[in-house]
Design a protein around this ligand. Structure first.
Ligand SMILES: [Zn+2]
Length: 262
């Protein structure tokens, strides 16, 4: 059945989801149990001051969940707070993020410049902490890659990249940036192109739960990362188990701590 594991002990990593979001409040233990029992390790990204402590509460309660902490790119008014909070809690997280640029929500030139400054500051903190940075880039793929290329960031994770496939190909090949393919790959021609363009050694998987599901009207959840894996294997015309192992290796190269609590 779609979404089910290939083998009982086989692991797959959902590198980007939002377990602290409101949509999961009513049944979070069940959501995590469905993922964990199907072999999924998760990186949940806390993107607001109220979400950060919840994020850490979740990772301390569930050995299969790891934390990234950052800010949504339209919430950079809380930047100073975020920088201080991440510094203080850096030993409990595996990445800084998400951060990045959102040119869909932010249209004014001045505001876009402010966004870039905050994005740079959070990226700089990730570099300082030797952690990967998880990058959101809505309608701003090219610019986000340009900003990153102007920093020393080596551990870069572009999530749900919506820019041109050729940009992703070049960034994965020349800069070693990683790109995670979301569940919505089953319905997105742009994401299918992305799968083919990104260097195989730089491919990751994500759900971005509760959004970016296979069906846009239904709440997404981390157990569905298997759907993304199956689709990626089918697009590449490769054996699913081979792709699972390759992507698992890619993910643990970038996130060596994921899996260490079990
Ligand atoms: Zn997200």
């Amino acid at each position: 059945m779609e979404g089910k594991p290939i083998r009982g002990s086989a692991k797959v990593i959902d590198t980007h989801c939002h377990l602290e979001s409101e949509e999961f409040q009513a049944d979070l233990p069940g959501v995590i149990e469905r993922a964990t029992s199907s072999g999924v390790w998760m990186i949940t990204s806390g993107i607001s001051p109220s979400g950060w402590p919840e994020c850490l509460r979740i990772v301390s309660s569930y050995p299969s969940v790891y934390a990234a902490v950052g800010l949504e790119p339209d919430r950079y008014t809380d930047l100073e707070l975020a920088l201080a909070w991440i510094h203080k809690n850096s030993s409990a997280i595996v990445a800084v993020g998400e951060t990045g640029l959102d040119h869909y929500l932010v249209r004014e030139h001045e505001q876009r410049l402010e966004q870039e400054a905050a994005f740079r500051a959070l990226t700089q903190l990730a570099i300082e902490l030797r952690l990967p940075v998880q990058v959101h880039s809505r309608s701003a793929g090219r610019r986000a890659l340009e900003v990153l290329a102007g920093t020393d960031a080596g551990k870069v994770h572009m999530h749900a990249f919506d820019g041109k496939a050729s940009l992703a190909r070049d960034a994965s090949r020349n800069l070693g940036y990683y790109f995670s393919v979301p569940t919505s790959v089953v319905r997105s021609p742009q994401k299918r192109k992305l799968v083919k363009a990104v260097e195989y050694e730089r491919l990751l998987l994500e759900t971005d739960s509760p959004v970016l599901g296979a069906d846009s009207r239904t709440r997404n959840e981390p157990a569905n990362v298997w759907i993304a894996l199956r689709e990626v294997a089918s697009i590449l015309g490769r054996d699913i188990e081979e792709v699972r192992l390759a992507i698992l290796e890619n993910t643990r190269r970038l996130y060596p701590l994921v899996g260490s609590k079990e």
